[in-house]
Write a protein of this length. Structure first.
Length: 134
């Protein structure tokens, strides 16, 4: 009778180990998100800057913080966070948008980056992959 079978204790131990490992993986991400939500509620530049940089880093959090600071007039802080966001994930479109919209970026830098993006867009449309070393 299958109802009377005894489940070995090792299954319970293994399940507990996997549960702990799962918590260790997801907990830092959840904690960072809670800190970010609380910082957005307080809406002070200091709390937003700190919360955006909580580990593990997140492209969306960094770019949203940069955008929020930019809209609030903290343009230098916004530029710093945008640079960190781009360094963390150079493929994040939102980070580049916030970076390019910062008033402290010179027109020459904006034009240089725009030209670079046009070349990459043209290369990608022709099936040419970007060289990760450049």
């Amino acid at each position: 009778n299958s109802r009377n079978e005894v489940i070995p204790a090792s299954n319970y131990v293994l399940g507990a180990i996997f549960g702990i490992v799962g918590l260790l993986i997801i907990l830092p991400v959840q904690i960072a998100d809670v800190i970010w939500v609380k910082a957005r509620e307080t809406n002070t530049s200091e709390s937003i800057i700190k919360a955006a940089q909580v580990s593990p880093l997140n492209s969306n959090r960094l770019s949203e913080a940069s955008k929020s600071l930019l809209n609030s007039g903290f343009t230098y802080e916004a530029l710093d966070l945008a640079k960190k966001a781009i360094k963390f994930n150079p493929n994040d479109y939102n980070s580049w948008i916030v970076y390019l919209n910062n008033p402290h970026l010179s027109q020459a830098e904006k034009e240089s980056l725009a030209a670079k993006f046009q070349l990459e867009k043209a290369a990608t449309s022709k099936g040419i992959e970007r060289n990760s070393e450049t």
